[in-house]
Design a protein around this ligand. Structure first.
Ligand code: SF4
Length: 436
């Protein structure tokens, strides 16, 4: 975790000059595009507090002063400003991080449909000139994305085959995935759902689609759990999100709602008091937060997660195992420990899905097992996520564990502990039952 502390800074008056990116011709106001395509009636209309009223970190403040000198602290902490000013082009990114030839070539000649965007906030985490920096590698394209290898598929998990209506994936009997938007604040280069994004930011939000999806959930009484995902549901406005939550809450057999998001890591400003006040009306509400590396665990993300936790939302983490980014025990331990400090319970560690152009991100399965072995027993049990492979072909998540049961002898089960020492458990319950 970064060794930064929150500090006092007086709010500045609103500025009048555009930011670095807002001034650029190629910037797409994708937030507006989502507004244009959706007209659900809000459950309740009320003024929203737009800014994230926290102290910013020395790192963010220094970055803002260099690259966005005309932008006030209030604008910087406004999640809408962050979305509207997401960096989308090579020229602007180059001015901030100094693109390598490889990155520049990949930015100018994109492969596939996955867009490029990073929020100015997240750009503040990838400054520096090292193209191998972990967070930079996770969001900045490289030419390796053009390399399609054996076994890679647009939809490796066959989600489309399990989609009874647009936006719903119904794989497991008692729960559904509800893809509510195709917009993210920052795009991960290894995204499993890269197929749903469009470079023109044609928004997936569509009232008719949402209604059909809600009808499907309402008419299938075995669905007790709905996971809102996308894209990132927290790119929706509070009103739109509340409209969805209230409709789901009104379905009597829906017992819990979950939200999958990367907003606390890439857009922590989104976690406003207005948002958490709204969310807490829809308990039991759970949240899975996508995190990649300890460099994301900034004071801003910490504040966002603690605010969500204070709203009574159980928080779990989801991390994709990525070659050269987080694929070692020390990095993963730091990440899991840091998450626990900000009240996020490590939940899943995913093997990277084989989407086209992702071979440079994928590790051997043995690497995931090695990391779990390096965590289990060496740290708090709560800090150990479940390592899963989402089975290509639509088999769902399959958990993998290192071998701890190493054999049997006449006296019981032989097991290896975290130190590699062997122990025997007298596994004779069956015989005991026979005797009694
Ligand atoms: S935040 Fe999630 S949905 Fe969005 S690009 Fe990253 S992995 Fe994909």
């Amino acid at each position: 975790m970064e060794n930064e502390t929150l500090f006092n800074e007086d709010a500045e008056p609103p500025g009048t000059m555009p930011g670095l990116v807002a001034a650029h011709d190629e910037v797409t106001n994708f937030f507006s595009s989502s507004e244009n395509n959706t007209q659900p009636s809000p459950a309740k209309s009320k003024p929203e507090r737009l800014y994230f009223p926290f102290k910013d970190s020395p790192r963010a403040k220094a970055f803002r002063k260099v690259f966005y000198p005309e932008i006030t602290r209030i604008e910087w902490f406004d999640w809408r400003w962050q979305l509207q000013n997401a960096i989308r082009d090579a020229h602007t990114l180059d001015a901030i991080i100094g693109l390598s030839d490889n990155e520049r070539q990949a930015m100018m000649n994109p492969s596939g449909d996955l867009p490029f965007a990073v929020t100015p906030y997240y750009a503040s985490l990838i400054t520096g000139l090292d193209p191998s920096a972990p967070l930079r590698r996770s969001v900045v394209p490289v030419v390796d994305e053009c390399l399609h290898t054996k076994g890679e598929e647009e939809d490796p998990l066959c989600e489309d085959a399990d989609s009874p209506v647009p936006g719903i994936v119904h794989r497991y009997p008692d729960r559904v995935l509800f893809l509510v938007t195709d917009i993210c604040a920052t795009y991960c280069r290894y995204c499993t759902r890269s197929r749903i994004f469009g470079r023109q930011h044609q928004c997936f939000i569509d009232t008719a689609k949402w209604e059909r999806a809600l009808d499907y959930i309402a008419s299938n009484t075995n669905i007790r759990d709905v996971l809102l995902s996308g894209g990132d549901p927290l790119t929706l406005t509070d009103d739109k999100l509340e409209w969805l939550l209230s409709r789901l809450k009104a379905i009597s057999h829906v017992e819990i709602i979950r939200i999958g998001t990367k907003a606390p890591a890439v857009l922590p400003q989104r976690i406003t008091p207005a948002l958490t006040s709204m969310l807490k009306k829809y308990h039991p509400l759970w949240m899975s937060i996508h995190v990649t590396h300890p460099d994301e665990l900034t004071p801003e993300m910490s504040t966002a997660c603690i605010r969500l936790a204070d709203a009574g939302i159980p928080l779990g983490s989801q991390t994709v195992l990525l070659s050269g980014i987080n694929d070692n025990v020390a990095t993963m331990t730091r990440l899991m420990h840091g998450l626990m400090q900000i009240r996020v319970r490590p939940y899943y560690l995913y093997q990277c899905d084989p989407i086209p152009g992702s071979s440079h991100f994928r590790t051997p399965i043995s690497k995931g097992l090695e990391i779990i072995q390096g965590l289990r027993g060496h740290t708090t049990g709560y800090a150990v996520p479940t390592y899963v492979v989402d089975a290509p072909g639509g088999g769902g998540k399959i958990p993998l564990l290192p071998e701890y049961a190493i054999g049997r002898d006449p006296d019981g089960l032989l097991m290896r502990n975290y130190e590699g020492r062997t122990f025997r458990y007298p596994d004779n319950a069956a015989e005991s039952k026979d005797i009694h």
